[in-house]
Design a binder for this molecule. Structure first.
Ligand code: EPU
Length: 434
């Protein structure tokens, strides 16, 4: 296992190109199961989760080629509908196989994903939706068995306690595009990654109306065909680098972004007095941390898109930890998603958790420390906090980071950070956590 060592206190400066979005790539890979023809997917991020999804597709019988690290050609000519526990347990997003398997084969047997450190992650809405599409559902021995032999379009409502469901919406869309009749999905998630999936399905011949809204209307077709699709840029990676720039006191430009996907973060920057510029054609955003304008404390609430994304909440906790005053960050999607907080506290951050709120009292400095990554976005927050901290920070368990950020430490080195990836054996033993 590797660790990351950071010598903090150097501002990031320069330009970074954003990769394709992991959370778009995963359901899009699953969608290739909907046709027996070849789908060529470009701008695929080179990440462990994505490679793993490729493995799962291979296991299901698809031919998977990778002509270059960011292009995948997937042909699902003959596939089976069973995804076993040993494959599924490593990655929750494998639940997105349910929809396409039911659509294409009319049956699916997929192991239920286990627990997750960011909180309970039920799939009741996915199952409720499939039941509305006239599927029989049985749960036994840790598997969900879906009988889709009578699959047909219907009205379904996907709202839950925390809003809609991103992968649940993806699943319903993928089942409905090949379901006879019309499916109307109300309270659909409208995250850019869901829109990207719909765009690809339309290229494959699907009939989906009102894409990008909370109300989708899908007319089932008999067959879908192959396509070429380029994955949408990763708004969360872009946001992480912009927050990192502001936090380290440097000027960072992210290119290959879709500005419309970044509005909630830019609104928060405006409120917090973080200077930035989004260019007119909008593919680049620059944050000007070097201007040292005093930041203001703010209140942030995470919400479904177009609200502030939960996947940038941990990184904002790090930024507000070095922003004078009292900030309140409320987590509405995953009320327990605060595992980064005890680690940030070890670096000197003054943060209290009250229910689903992080109450962040800004301090003047953070101090480097050995810290433990617990999930993907928590890891990113610890890395960018380490860049701004005085002294040395060691981040353990960085396999979490590798699930969602392509060569993050290399991109940060190119921005001037002193950061390196080392085998854990090179970490001084007195600094190691369990
Ligand atoms: N929920 C239910 N029932 C369901 C499904 C969801 O109650 O059947 C609840 C969840 O417990 C949560 C909320 O609804 O409180 C939203 O969950 P959602 O289903 O939207 O999340 P997801 O689809 O499992 C995706 C991303 C997450 C991201 C969330 C929210 C993928 C592969 N994952 O998860 O990404 O945080 O949407 O935007 O797309 C990450 O990249 O670090 C990550 C966790």
């Amino acid at each position: 296992m590797d660790v990351i060592r950071i010598e903090g206190g150097r501002p990031l400066n320069g330009t970074v190109t954003v990769a394709g979005a992991k959370n778009a790539a995963l359901p899009i890979f699953a969608a290739t199961l909907l046709t027996e023809e070849t789908c060529t997917i470009e701008q695929v991020p080179d990440l462990s989760d994505v490679r793993y999804m490729g493995e799962i597709l291979r296991h299901l019988g698809a031919e998977v080629e990778r002509p270059d690290p960011h292009t995948w050609k997937i042909t699902a000519r003959h596939i089976k509908g069973v995804a076993p526990y040993e494959l599924v347990r490593k990655m929750r997003a494998s639940v997105t196989l349910l929809g396409p398997l039911v659509g294409r084969l009319r049956h699916a047997r997929v192991s239920l994903p286990g627990g997750c450190v960011i909180g309970p992650r039920p799939i009741d809405l996915h199952l409720k939706g499939l039941a509305r599409l006239n599927c029989g559902i049985e749960i036994e021995k840790g598997y969900v068995d879906v009988d889709g032999s009578n699959l047909k379009g219907d009205y379904l409502y996907l709202g839950g306690r925390h809003g809609s469901t991103v992968t649940g919406t993806a699943n319903m869309i993928m089942a409905a595009v090949l379901a006879p009749g019309i499916t109307r999905i109300e309270s659909a998630a409208c995250e850019p990654e869901v829109v990207d999936l719909c765009d690809m399905l339309v290229k494959m011949g699907a009939q989906i109306e009102n894409i990008g809204s909370h109300y989708l209307r899908i007319t089932g077709v008999d067959k879908l065909h192959g396509c070429h699709h380029r994955i949408v840029p990763d708004r969360i990676e872009a946001g992480t680098f912009l927050i990192g720039g502001a936090l380290s006191g440097g000027d960072v430009t992210v290119e290959n972004v879709v500005p419309g996907h970044m509005r909630s973060l830019l609104d928060v920057f405006e409120q917090a007095n973080v200077p930035f510029d989004a260019d007119s054609d909008g593919r680049r955003i620059t944050v000007f941390g070097s201007r040292k304008e005093p930041r203001k404390s703010i209140e942030i609430i995470t919400l479904p898109h177009p609200g502030f994304p939960t996947d940038l909440q941990a990184q904002m906790c790090a930024l507000m930890a070095l922003t004078p005053g009292l900030s309140i960050i409320t987590e509405r999607i995953y009320p327990n998603r605060f595992m980064h907080v005890p680690e940030l506290q070890r670096m000197g951050a003054n943060i209290a958790i009250e229910g689903a709120n992080a109450i962040v009292r800004g301090t003047e400095s953070l101090s480097g420390a050995p810290v433990m990554a617990s999930d993907l976005r928590a890891s990113a927050a610890l890395v960018i906090a380490g860049l701004a901290a005085e002294g040395e920070t060691w981040v353990q368990r960085i396999y979490h980071l590798d699930r969602g950020y392509e060569t993050m430490e290399v991109k940060l080195q190119e921005l001037g950070a002193k950061i390196e990836r080392l085998p854990e054996s090179e970490m001084p033993s007195e600094l190691k956590g369990e």
